[in-house]
Design a protein around this ligand. Structure first.
Ligand SMILES: [Fe+2]
Ligand SMILES: [Fe+2]
Length: 349
């Protein structure tokens, strides 16, 4: 029998990781607690989602205001059918990214198992989390089939680079930071979408399952981030700060695969990606997705250093109050230049 999951509005924040950088406990105690949580709160999308139930024509696949072109001139000219297709394809793009990212995160968890000792709670917890991610990716893969759209693969060159990267890097501050980047972004988007009654019920159920199980992953990664960072020397710390900011600056613009624009609108992916970047809503969405994560990174001491700060600035995701604190002055509302206005008009942003 399927689990019945509640959809109280308070779930927007309930169950979200409350881990504080200053209160990191013993790794084994945390792992034992999270193992108990895994026994109490684990779901199986094979039975907990009714995959045979058809989609409703009057429900969306994603909240419109989070779609990459919502708010642009291109969006204003789209028909309701094209908007519906955009929401279907961008959701498939997110699920494709999710499967890819969870494979990378699980690789790092396996590496954690290799170096962490074989018979203790934190190793058992890491193995449990790998099991969670395997079920999540199975769930995402089934959702892609249900949505009836071919998955969005990454370019071969990027796959090659990521394979190399995951093969070389041990579990360290950068890998835990990268893990949080993926998990916290998805947590924010899915927490909001699971409460939205305009969204297809299958997807709301999927988001709930993922959010509930990811809460413990975020707790574990947040604690490991602090433990590994505190052990590092001054130079390694600077390297990890830089790497986490760099990964965030590179990943945020491609959360939605640019190939979506070609498949749905027949538009060049470059033009679509530019329009998404110049979308007046881009900053608000980036801040929404990254806020709890960046505040936590700041608490840990990861958002500092000249180059690192420049990278964080380039992400446009730093919350306004934190921006003032980090850069010594509130963010200026710059009037767009003539060239900027021209490019924006040219690409339809
Ligand atoms: Fe997951
Ligand atoms: Fe996870």
């Amino acid at each position: 029998m399927a689990h019945v999951l509640t959809t109280e509005p308070t779930m927007l924040t309930t169950g979200a990781s409350q881990t504080k950088a200053k209160r990191i406990g013993d790794r084994e105690k945390t792992a034992a607690r999270l193992l108990r949580a895994a026994v109490e709160r684990s779901y199986d999308a094979e039975v907990d989602i009714d995959w045979d139930d058809p989609f409703s024509d009057d429900k969306q696949f994603a909240p419109e205001h989070r779609l990459s072109l919502y708010g642009t001139r291109i969006w204003d000219k789209l028909s309701p059918e094209q908007r519906y297709e955009m929401s279907r394809h961008e959701m498939v793009s997110i699920f494709s990214f999710g499967i890819f990212a969870e494979a990378v995160l699980s690789t790092f968890l396996f590496r954690h198992v290799i170096s962490n000792g074989l018979a203790n709670d934190s190793t058992r917890y890491a193995l449990t989390e790998i099991g969670d991610e395997a079920r999540h990716s199975t769930m995402f893969s089934r959702a892609i089939n249900k949505l009836g759209v071919e998955p969005y693969e990454l370019p071969k060159g990027v796959n090659w680079f990521i394979n190399l990267f995951t093969g070389i890097l041990p579990a360290c501050t950068t890998t835990w930071g990268g893990t949080l980047l993926i998990e916290e972004i998805l947590d924010r988007l899915q927490r909001e979408a699971m409460l939205d009654e305009q969204i297809q019920p299958h997807l709301r159920q999927l988001f709930k399952i993922h959010v509930l199980e990811e809460a413990r992953h975020i707790t574990f990664a947040r604690e490991e981030l602090v433990r590994t960072y505190q052990k590092a020397n001054r130079f390694t710390k600077a390297f990890h700060r830089f790497m986490i900011a760099l990964v965030c600056a590179l990943v945020l613009p491609v959360v939605f695969h640019p190939e979506v624009y070609r498949r749905v609108l027949g538009m060049s992916p470059l033009r679509g990606a530019l329009a998404a970047q110049l979308n007046p809503n881009y900053r608000g969405n980036a801040q929404f997705m990254c806020e709890p994560m960046i505040r936590y990174f700041h608490e840990v001491g990861l958002v500092s250093g000249r180059v690192t700060l420049k990278l964080w600035k380039s992400t446009r995701a730093v919350p306004d109050d934190l921006y003032g604190e980090l850069f010594g002055a509130p963010r200026k509302q710059k009037a767009p230049t003539l060239l900027g206005r021209g490019v924006r008009r040219l690409v339809g942003a």
